[in-house]
Design a protein. Structure first.
Lengths: 379, 297
């Protein structure tokens, strides 16, 4: 039966799935926190769940860990249903947002804790915990007290404490949230390297889209208890499936209007102020319905004079409202001349146009195939 | 000449002066009501009356204590029952404190705490008399037992050691619940969840996470309850009657009935020594330091 089952897993997810969630639902006093959610996570992948605050990420993760009983649906870990399985019997471990290291124990005892609960003999426990601490770069820290460690070191102890148990699945609930920005950038890279080194499947929660894009092999974008889209970071960024994904993942310019005309895949959108832009459509949208178009700041060309812009794309005029200098991510915020709508354009990294002044008149254009429009939610 | 407004005291004195003034009432209380009477009692316990108004230094009172089996038997009995009552109180109070801090939420939790507090609005005498009404032969509980057909005759529930223990646990409960609640409140729920997640059973969590965290609170509660039990007079005597054989009763008898203040003082000091010794032993066994316990609870 297990052979059949695992084969079915392989065909369904393309590779063996370590986690399958089927039609999972959870209500809190009439409020739906997780709504009929299904997805699968491939073995050895780094899967992120990205969504705004309150969308149900923690609820989902705690259901996988077993701390919350689902109202409906099933969770399978390594092809085994987790229904009626207590958290201390599940082959998953969780990294808590506040890490939850045991302050009454030394670093070594923290790492040994799970092994001791499995009745691993003391000598073996010490050997494995030392080995694990060494692998996360904390050799020799075993006898230290937890409060003698820095934030980043604690993070690594928390990971070592879980990974020493060789779980099928490691769940991480915004583990970098408590760290300062600099350390967060550093730990991001470290987490990715650790995951690659151990090969354990990670399910990682975050509300920070850049974290999700940098770390993950796959991301599920969550909104109001459901996944809006599941895909690779590139898919989410370049071909968002919904307006929510387009606005949540990466910076984007949103232009709301009416679809007035379409030729092939490209539609013309006219705002209520009469500004016209072109974008490819996502799904079938009737002419005349309200739409939202999204154009990435780096998809637009910026020039001082209109003749330098490529001839094949519609040209727009804007006035520089502010300069947003951020090294390689510098941008300018324009106001489109006819509609007075804000529009953000990335500055070329060559340093050209770095001398733009506020109030200056500039020209911009973009390739309609790199802009995308969706039927508006209320239209 | 610059700073004429400064206090005419050296700067370093000012904080010390303020500290002394703030501590003055407490120090006064300590000296007048605790240190002085005890010094007087110490002097009393080490002298012997040889003739009216004539005294000599002597260890006679202490010798009497060890020579007379009744005295030291009651002494040991009081100690054993007090330790038992403390242990029972801990066993009863721990689940209550756990429910108040970790299970009940918001109003339910405050309500539970209030329920623990309510009995203490009534004086101890009235509470003990309440027990009498419930337990005496013609009381409520024996009548109920007869009615339920469990016994033919109303049983005598008073004047047993178990009755004394019940009364002591009841009287001491709050003093155990309060330090336990405060130490369990500071226990981060995610620690318990993390331990559970790492494969620990409920018992292992209790042993490795909850008890080590709550140890100072447990120790503080045990010290307070033990001292309350050891020094309690009313509850053992009302519920245990004539054969309660509580050491405080012996002290009372020496002072009030026999006017043998010297013997009473010696007993008092023996009791003090006993409680100090047992508290020290308890601290040693649980690996706690008195100062830490008092600070953290
Ligand atoms: N125990 C609970 N009782 C009632 N409502 C709850 C409970 N836990 C969560 N909720 C609600 O469910 C929704 C989802 O909560 P959840 O904690 O999963 O969000 P989240 O995506 O993790 O948010 P954040 O990024 O802020 O951590 C929220 O609206 C929250 O108010
Ligand atoms: Mg959360």
């Amino acid at each position: 039966m297990s052979v059949m089952d695992s084969e079915r897993q392989v065909t369904a997810a393309g590779a063996a799935a370590d986690l399958r969630v089927r039609r999972l639902t959870k209500n809190f006093a009439g409020h739906v926190a997780v709504n009929d959610l299904s997805f699968a996570v491939e073995r050895g992948s780094f899967f992120s769940i990205l969504g705004p605050s309150g969308c149900g990420k923690t609820t989902l993760l705690r259901m996988i860990a077993g701390f919350i009983e689902p109202d409906g649906g099933d969770i399978l870990i390594g092809a085994r249903s987790m229904r009626e399985v207590a958290p201390n019997r599940r082959p998953v471990n969780m990294i808590f947002q506040q890490l939850a290291l045991f302050p009454m124990m030394s670093v070594g005892e923290n790492v040994e804790f799970g092994l001791a609960r499995r009745n691993v003999p003391k000598a073996e426990r010490v050997r494995r915990s030392h080995e694990m601490l060494e692998r996360v770069g904390l050799a020799g820290a075993a006898s230290k007290r937890v409060d003698e460690l820095s934030g980043g070191q604690r993070q690594r102890v928390a990971i070592a404490r879980s990974l020493v148990l060789e779980p099928t699945l490691l769940l991480l609930d915004e583990p970098l949230g408590a760290l300062d920005l600099k350390l967060r950038e550093h730990m991001k890279i470290e987490l990715k390297q650790l995951q690659a080194a151990f090969g354990t499947t990670f399910v990682y929660i975050t509300h920070d889209q850049s974290e999700a894009l940098v770390l993950s092999s796959h991301v599920g974008v969550m909104n109001r208890g459901r996944f809006e889209q599941v895909g690779t970071p590139q898919e989410l960024y370049y071909s968002p499936a919904t307006a929510f994904v387009a606005s949540f993942v990466g910076a984007n310019n949103r232009v709301a209007g009416r679809l007035t005309q379409r030729s092939g895949a490209v539609a013309t959108i006219e705002t209520s102020e009469g500004w016209r832009v072109h974008a490819r459509t996502s799904g079938a949208i009737a002419t005349g319905s309200s739409v939202e178009a999204f154009i990435r700041p780096e998809a637009a060309h910026l020039e001082r004079d209109a003749s330098s812009l490529p001839e094949e794309h519609a040209k727009h005029v804007g006035v520089v409202e502010s300069l947003l200098f951020d090294g390689a991510n510098s941008a300018v915020l324009l106001r489109e001349q006819s509609s007075r709508l804000p529009f953000r354009v990335a500055l070329p990294q060559t340093g050209r146009l770095a001398d733009l002044k506020v109030g200056e008149r500039v020209h911009f254009s973009f390739d309609p195939s790199r802009a995308i429009c969706f039927a508006a939610a209320d239209g | 000449m610059a700073n004429t407004l400064a206090l005419p005291l050296p700067r370093a004195w000012t904080p010390r002066l303020i500290l002394t003034l703030l501590l003055a009432p407490a120090l006064l209380w300590l000296v007048a009501l605790i240190v002085l009477p005890h010094m007087q009692l110490a002097l009393l316990s080490f002298r012997e009356r040889v003739a009216p108004h004539e005294y000599e230094p002597s260890l006679g009172q202490y010798q009497t204590f060890f020579a007379e089996p009744l005295y030291w038997q009651v002494f040991v009995r009081t100690a054993v029952l007090s330790v038992t009552a403390t242990a029972l109180t801990l066993l009863v109070a721990f689940p209550i404190a756990w429910v108040i801090t970790k299970v009940a939420r918001g109003r339910a939790s405050s309500l539970l705490f209030a329920i623990c507090l309510i009995p203490f609005w009534v004086s101890e005498t009235v509470r003990a008399l309440g027990w009498l009404i419930l337990l005496r032969e013609s009381g409520v509980l024996p009548a109920l037992l007869v009615k339920l057909g469990l016994t033919a005759m109303p049983p005598e529930l008073l004047y047993h050691d178990a009755t004394i223990l019940t009364g002591l646990v009841y009287t001491s409960l709050l003093f155990m619940v309060v330090p336990l609640v405060s130490s369990l409140e500071s226990l981060d729920n995610s620690l318990v969840e993390a331990a559970y997640d790492l494969g620990a059973s409920g018992l292992a969590i209790l042993r490795h996470i909850v008890i080590p965290h709550a140890a100072p609170g447990i120790t503080a509660g045990c010290i307070v309850v033990f001292m309350l039990c050891l020094g309690n007079y009313l509850t053992p005597n009302l519920l245990g009657g004539k054969n309660s054989q509580w050491f405080t009763e012996l002290i009372y008898t020496q002072f009030i009935v026999r006017f043998n203040w010297e013997q009473g003082a010696a007993f008092g000091f023996l009791l003090l020594g006993l409680s100090t010794a047992i508290v020290a032993l308890g601290l040693r066994m649980s690996g706690q330091r008195f100062v830490d316990v008092m600070r953290r609870s």
